[in-house]
Design a protein around this ligand. Structure first.
Ligand code: NAD
Length: 301
C-alpha cells in the first residue's frame, strides 16, 4: 500500500514512516518542516513533499494514495497565536479529510488526551471534553468534525487516535514541547538535580513512541471508525520517572521541586481508559521502565 503521512518528518510521524516501510508499505511524506528535523528522515525511502496541509492545490498533485495517517499539527501548546493554531490544526485536518472523502481512502488522524483537561480519570472517549488551551481545543474541533462526517458518510473509515504523553527517539527538535522524560534526562545526564513541579506526584499516562507508532500503523487495518485513546492505561508520577532515570544513568539525584505557575490549567492526572483500543486488538507493550531504558540505552547515551 502507498500511505501518505502528513507531519512525517516530525517526532511521531517519522517513527510511523519507518514502521510502515519496515512492514513493506510505500510512504509519501508531506511536511512543511516548520517543526521538524530532517535528521528524522535518515534511512527513509519514501518521497518527501515539502508542503503545507493548508494548501488545497497540493492534494491534486499527489500520486495515487491508498490511505492517510495525519500527524501534521502545531504541537507547541504554549504558542500564543490562536489563529495560526486553529487554522493549521483544524483547517489543515479538514483539507486532509476532504482529500480522503474524494478518494474514498481510510484516514487515521491524531487527536490528543489534552481534550480531557482535568476531567475524570481513567479518561473515557465518551466523556465531556474540557480543553484547557487552544491546542487542545483545536484537537477537540477535529474530533467533533470527524464525528459529523462519519454520521453523514458510511465510507471511508475515519479513525481518530487520542495520544496520551508520548516519549522516545526523534523528539529533540521539539525543545520546550519535548517530553518530560527527555528534559529530565538532559538535566540528570549533566549531573543537575531534576526540576519538577511540587511535589513530583503529578501522574500522566506516558506511552513509548514505539507503541504509539505501532498502534497508529495498526489503525490502518482497524475494521472500525471512531475515536480511540492511545495510552498504556497506567498513570505514573514524575517521581517515578526520576527514579527510573537515576537507575538508568547510575546516579542518585534528588528532585528539585518548584512552584507550579500553571496550577489550575495543568493536567495533574491523566490515565487512558484503553478498553475500546483493547476491544479491537491493540495495546501498548512497553512499561515505563522498559520504554525509558530502551530510549536511554539505544538512542540517548
Ligand atoms: N507528542 C505527544 O506527546 C503528543 C500527544 C498528543 C497528540 N500528539 C499529536 O501527534 C501528532 C504528532 O506530534 P509530534 O509529537 O510528532 O510533534 P512534531 O511537532 O514533531 O510533529 C508535527 C509535524 O507536523 C509538521 N507540520 C506542522 N504544521 C504543518 C503544516 N501546516 N503543513 C505540513 N506539516 C506541518 C511539522 O513540521 C512536524 O514535522 C500531532 O498531531 C500532535 O498534536 C502528540
Amino acid at each position: 500500500m502507498k500511505i501518505l503521512v502528513t507531519g512525517g518528518a516530525g517526532f511521531i510521524g517519522s517513527n510511523v514512516v519507518k514502521m510502515l516501510e519496515a512492514r513493506g508499505d510505500e510512504t509519501v511524506i508531506l511536511d512543511n518542516f516548520s517543526g521538524a528535523n530532517y535528521k528524522n528522515l535518515e534511512d527513509v525511502k519514501g518521497e518527501v513533499i515539502c508542503g503545507d496541509v493548508l494548501d488545497q492545490s497540493l492534494y491534486k498533485k499527489l500520486p495515487k494514495i491508498d490511505g492517510v495517517i495525519h500527524e501534521a499539527a502545531i504541537t507547541n501548546t504554549t504558542l500564543k497565536d490562536n489563529n495560526k493554531m486553529v487554522n493549521v490544526n483544524f483547517n489543515g485536518f479538514k483539507n486532509v479529510l476532504e482529500f480522503c472523502l474524494t478518494q474514498d481512502i481510510k484516514l487515521v488522524y491524531i487527536s490528543s488526551a489534552g481534550i480531557y483537561g482535568n476531567g475524570d480519570s481513567p479518561m473515557k472517549e465518551a466523556q465531556k471534553a474540557l480543553p484547557h488551551n487552544t491546542y487542545a481545543y483545536s484537537k477537540y474541533l477535529c474530533d467533533w468534525y470527524a464525528q459529523k462526517v462519519r454520521s453523514e458518510h458510511k465510507t471511508p473509515l475515519i479513525v481518530g487516535l487520542r495520544y496520551f504523553n508520548v516519549y522516545g527517539s526523534g523528539e529533540y527538535h521539539k525543545e520546550i514541547a519535548a517530553s518530560m522524560i527527555y528534559h529530565l534526562f538532559l538535566q540528570m545526564k549533566e549531573g543537575r538535580r531534576p526540576r519538577v513541579f511540587k511535589h513530583g506526584d503529578q501522574k500522566r499516562d506516558f506511552i513509548y513512541v514505539k507503541d504509539a507508532a505501532r498502534i497508529t500503523v495498526e489503525a490502518l487495518d482497524f475494521n472500525a471508525s471512531g475515536v480511540f485513546n492511545v495510552g498504556t492505561g497506567i498513570a505514573r508520577s514524575f517521581n517515578d520517572i526520576i527514579e527510573i532515570l537515576n537507575k538508568a544513568l547510575n546516579k542518585n539525584l534528588d528532585p528539585d521541586y518548584l512552584d507550579n505557575p500553571y496550577a489550575g490549567v495543568y493536567q495533574d492526572y491523566t490515565e487512558a481508559d484503553v478498553s475500546s483500543l483493547k476491544k479491537i486488538g491493540a495495546a501498548a507493550q512497553f512499561s515505563l521502565e522498559e520504554g525509558i531504558n530502551d530510549y536511554v540505552n539505544k538512542y540517548l547515551l
